[in-house]
Write a protein that binds this ligand. Sequence first.
Ligand code: GLP
Length: 245
Amino acid sequence: MKIIKANDYQSMSRMAANIISAQIIMKPDCVLGLATGSSPIGTYDQLVEWYKKGDLDFSQVSSINLDEYVGLSADNDQSYRYFMNTHLFDRVNIDKTRTFVPNGLELDNEKACKAYNEIIKEHGPIDLQLLGLGCNGHIGFNEPGEAFEKETHCVDLTQSTIEANARFFASMDEVPKQAYTMGIKTIMQAKKIVVVVNGKAKAQAVKDCFFGPVTPKVPGSVLQLHNDVTVVGDAEALSLVEGLY
Ligand code: GLP
């Protein structure tokens, strides 16, 4: 595992975007595993800037996203499909028919998860998986206690995740309580993993995930078992692991 310290959010985003752009240049028809949340927004902005300059071409790239809220449609501005369209897909020349996000409107959990697993099998393996970390160490929506060997499944979000997400919704009642998420087994099958993490609120999660015991209680700790993980963190997120890497 490599840990790279960036001074601030902007420099973290540029470094992560550099790694992703190298992947696209080296393999133009690569499969990117993509994440939502505030952590990767700067990374996507940087990729868009380089695309506009003519430095990057997404025309052959495919993408598979980590997760989606159950019950939200693509045009709901809090859905992860909407997030991906507005932050990346609508701003570059990616073929949208090759961008995949779990179907939040499929309320039959089993059907939704099976369909997504099939998409991953057909288009995968993922060449590069971008990840953020939840404050409780979750990856995608794999909350503490999830078995490491799961593929796509439906999760009941923990109270802390619901509270963390509440800032994006008009009221607590509107915050979805369930999500479909790619499982840890699938995330671990990605050839390369890049984690972006910033801010003080993530410092404990960074310590627990990368310097604590590998345990389902801390989902991100499983990444210690992957052979190609790069963590790009800002100074605040890395503040509790100073001197340990
Ligand atoms: C959500 C997403 C995760 C993301 C996490 C952290 O729970 N499902 O994929 O890593 O939020 O979000 P943020 O980057 O906004 O802190």
